[in-house]
Design a protein around this ligand. Structure first.
Ligand code: GLN
Length: 199
């Protein structure tokens, strides 16, 4: 199984490292041919507007949309979560997503860069101890369609908001497991969605 990490912008190197720590050989992908040849994809954290614009500029958007709709296992963290959402609140003017996940996400939901925070989260399907979740100008999930499973939520100003979701071949987190050194979310993706057994 060839896993690619979209390398247009953002923290793709951290995802490559997390995958290699799981024993999965992955490569940075940024061309039409490279993306055509992978079996699974990670959309990194970064800036969703920039990644979407670069994908459009390089003629990759339709291919990525098609591959995701065709069932390719795909995981998005933070900006990657936004890129997997069918709908965005507080989007930049004309902002596109690849979509696939029947949900609405709110960009920059927890506030500005200075409001970034960390929290210990239990994620359904991942055995305790909780995951140290790092939120950096993160989105939250505002609403989900019937096929979307909420794997984790956080409380913010007295309200609960989903921050990890799965729908079939698609996984998304508002937070960045790739920068914690804890690779259990990547392992979950590889084992449960890509169906590859790792040691
Ligand atoms: N706020 C960014 C966006 O809208 C996401 C931030 C992140 O990936 N850490 O794309």
């Amino acid at each position: 199984m060839k896993v690619g990490v979209l390398a247009l912008q953002g923290d793709f190197r951290e995802h490559l490292y997390a995958l290699s720590e799981c024993g999965v050989e992955a490569s940075a992908v940024k061309t039409f041919d490279e993306i055509s040849q992978i079996d699974a994809l990670i959309l990194p954290g970064g800036e969703s507007t920039t990644i979407a614009k670069l994908a459009r500029t390089f003629g990759l958007t339709d291919l990525i949309v098609e591959r995701i709709r065709g069932g390719m296992p795909t995981y998005g963290s933070c900006a990657g979560m936004i890129l997997l959402a069918d709908r965005i609140e507080d989007a930049a003017a004309g902002q596109e997503t690849f979509g696939g996940l029947d949900m609405t996400v709110r960009r920059n939901a927890f506030g500005r860069q200075v409001d970034s925070f960390e929290s210990d989260l239990l994620v359904a399907g991942i055995t305790a101890p909780p995951i140290r979740a790092i939120f950096i100008r993160a989105p939250w999930v505002e609403s989900v369609g019937p096929g979307v499973e909420v794997l984790a939520s956080v409380e913010f100003n007295g309200e609960c908001h989903p921050v990890a979701v799965r729908q079939g071949n698609l996984l998304a987190t508002s937070f960045h497991p790739e920068i914690t050194g804890d690779n259990r979310v990547h392992r979950f993706f590889v084992e449960n969605i890509c169906k590859v057994h790792v040691a």
